[in-house]
Design a binder for this molecule. Structure first.
Ligand SMILES: Cc1cc2nc3c(=O)[nH]c(=O)nc-3n(C[C@H](O)[C@H](O)[C@H](O)COP(=O)(O)OP(=O)(O)OC[C@H]3O[C@@H](n4cnc5c(N)ncnc54)[C@H](O)[C@@H]3O)c2cc1C
Length: 612
């Protein structure tokens, strides 16, 4: 039987930006198709034999070493490992431009290619952006106290969002209800109209140092909102079983939350929270292992979506509305590849030459220390305490910054014993295999001392902060490198602004202070061995923190943005973009909850448009 090829709405990508739109539209009785490049991995409950599709090593390796064979790159000939949720570097790399203007292949900028996208591997830290994050142009336009911005870039490039916090707020609330989060509200600066947080688990005892440090510095900590259920969750039909009854002697080990797929159904990925609950409805069709290659338009309507089916054969499908949610880099690339195929598409998507420009990630970094005690980190869920102290107007002004940050502690670093050996010395995905192999001194007594000092004793405090938008930070199609299907791959060109570096130094020092005060009961003398911003790291220009934002910003002026306020491409009637690409500024916290809330909002806008 031929597959259905006409739908009300086609959604490309099933992660944070795609799944909420699907949930909204199917709940309203529409017929939608989700095309997802990667496979469907199911938790153990979904399988009659109780077997999960996840491997605990997703992010690390799915097999033996490979050699990068793409000619003309600085790292051609380097060895690498792929995971089963990332493309093989030889098949479909991202290329980034380094400080020396040379090109490297990287796996950075891919989150996770499977149903659920990046939410399958994310840490689940689910912070709202603050009201201030959405009004940074207004906030900064008459200031004279912004430091380290000699050319006035902040005032020129900061943009207010075309929607207010008040407009977004009901969708934050809806996202928190549907997805399933735990956390606490008191001490947050983000106003909420309702509280759907579940009760957090007891914090990991090692996090107490972070809490004490935050209290000592007047930082008013709250329990970090995380997308992990701790109680039965009616909207998604999930049950927590023994999680609630566990004590420190037994029960499920939950240290997989950050960076690992969750076999147990606690982590609120978009598959378990949003798609599985609608999977049996007649309006829902999911096609995994389908890679969308380009779009085709007829005047102002996108009429055909071209993709390769699971066997690699070309296929097409049509919808009244098309929603792209491939994560920002790949969405921009898909639009550029479509524009390459047809000048009519090009002239509509790229009238103002802004597509791909103002690519953003976050200013991020933090501090890390070896704490006095040793704690069982296998039962952590990563982050216990967060603070909005560095996001208040008072703090931002007094520090001479353009925008704020959120800080929170992490317990999961090297929580699983095997990761300690494998990720030693790693700074990101490209360097995961630095490991003990690269450190030839790590033998004998030195190895023993290292393990004794490190194992279950390390605590870090991280920050996420707004990055100054720069037009030169951009996604292009690479001139030469093509994927295995002959399509040009994404080229990432970005740098850090002087003010970004200043901001990272400023907030990283606060993170250091949290540990410095927390480690010795509030006296501030505890030794903190490392702190700083990402710009100091070995491959700083490749690093994206898995936060892939901007490149097709929304706005209220079509000369200055790619999307209108409902995330519809200005010169198409039926094309919407809902992954992180819509953001004109990157916010003072991890982005996924905002991507999800906005996607719920866009779902309603699609319904209100009357097209479907
Ligand atoms: C280890 C890790 C930890 C993280 N921790 C956090 C955290 O604690 N908090 C937080 O807020 N964020 C976190 N993130 C980031 C978070 O995952 C992303 O912000 C979020 O998933 C982005 O949503 P998106 O819709 O833009 O893209 P994604 O969720 O990545 O979804 C994109 C989907 O599109 C699919 N796709 C791509 N191209 C095509 C194509 N051509 N055809 C069909 N399908 C396609 C992909 O396979 C993918 O499934 C983390 C990410 C990682 C990897």
């Amino acid at each position: 039987m031929a597959e259905q090829d006409q739908f009300d709405v086609i959604i490309v990508g099933s992660g944070a930006g795609g799944a909420p739109v699907a949930h909204t539209l199917v709940s309203a009785g529409k017929y939608i198709l989700v095309l997802e490049k990667g496979p469907l991995f199911r938790p153990q409950q979904d399988d009659p034999l109780g077997l999960s599709d996840y491997k605990r090593d997703e992010l690390i390796s799915d097999g033996p070493e490979k050699i990068l064979t793409i000619p003309g790159l600085v790292n051609t000939g380097a060895s690498f490992y792929t995971s089963h949720v990332e493309p093989d570097l030889n098949d479909e790399p991202h290329i980034y431009q380094s400080n020396d203007s040379a090109d490297y292949a990287t796996i950075e900028g891919y989150t996770c290619q499977c149903v659920g996208g990046g939410t399958q591997h994310y840490g689940g830290v689910s912070l709202r952006f603050s009201e201030r994050d959405l009004t940074l142009r207004t906030f900064n336009e008459s200031r004279t106290d912004i430091r380290h911005d000699p050319n006035g870039d902040v005032k020129r490039e900061a943009r207010d969002w075309p929607i207010t916090y008040t407009e977004l707020e009901p969708y934050y609330t809806k996202a928190e209800q549907l997805i399933g989060l735990n956390g606490t509200r008191t001490n947050q600066i983000k106003v909420a109209s309702a509280d759907y947080y579940q009760k957090p688990l007891e914090p990991n005892p090692i996090s107490e140092y972070a809490r004490i440090g935050m209290e000592a510095l007047g930082m008013k900590p709250y329990r970090t909102p995380q997308a992990v259920i701790t109680q039965d969750h009616a909207p998604s039909g999930r049950k927590v079983g023994p999680l609630n009854q566990r004590d420190w002697e037994g029960g499920p080990k939950t240290a997989y939350v950050n960076r690992y797929g969750d076999c147990l159904d606690y982590k609120s990925t978009t598959w378990v929270a949003l798609l599985r609950p609608i999977a049996s409805r007649p309006g829902f069709t999911l096609r995994p292992n389908c890679n969308v290659t380009h779009l085709e338009c007829n005047a102002s309507r996108v009429v055909t979506v071209h993709y390769r089916d699971p066997s690699g054969q070309p296929a097409t499908v049509s919808g009244k509305v098309i929603v792209l949610a491939c994560s920002a880099i790949e969405t921009v690339r898909l639009l550029m590849l479509s524009a390459e195929q047809a000048s009519t598409f090009d002239s509509r998507i790229n009238q103002n030459d802004l597509l791909g420009k103002y690519f953003l990630t976050h200013c991020f970094g933090g501090a890390s220390a070896i704490m006095p005690g040793r704690f069982d980190k296998s039962r952590t869920i990563d982050s216990d305490w967060a603070s909005d102290f560095c996001g208040t107007d008072d703090f931002i002004r007094s520090a001479g910054l353009w925008a704020g940050a959120t800080i929170y502690n992490n317990t999961s670093d090297q929580a699983l014993p095997i990761a300690l050996a494998r990720t030693h010395g790693a700074t990101d995905l490209d360097t995961l295999w630095h490991a003990f192999d690269n450190d030839t001194s790590m033998v004998g007594e030195h190895l023993k001392d290292f393990l004794n000092a490190q194992f279950n004793r390390r605590l870090s405090v991280s920050f996420m902060a707004n990055q100054v938008p720069q037009k030169a930070n951009r996604i292009e199609l690479h001139r030469k490198v093509r994927d295995k299907w002959g399509r040009r791959v994404a080229y990432i060109i970005k740098s850090w602004h002087d003010h970004d570096r200043f901001l990272m130094d400023t907030i990283a020092a606060r993170c250091r202070d949290v540990l410095g005060y927390g480690g010795d009961g509030g006296k501030g003398q505890y030794p903190v061995e490392g702190f700083g911003g990402v710009y100091l790291s070995e491959n700083a220009l490749a690093r994206i923190a898995n936060h892939i934002l901007g490149g097709a910003r929304f706005g209220s002026d079509e000369r200055d943005s790619v999307l209108d306020k409902n995330c519809r491409a200005w010169h198409f009637d039926n094309l919407y973009l809902t992954d992180g690409c819509f953001m004109p500024t990157s916010g003072s916290g991890n982005p996924t909850l905002t991507i999800q809330a906005n996607a719920l909002r866009v779902g309603d806008a699609v319904l209100a448009s009357g097209i479907v």
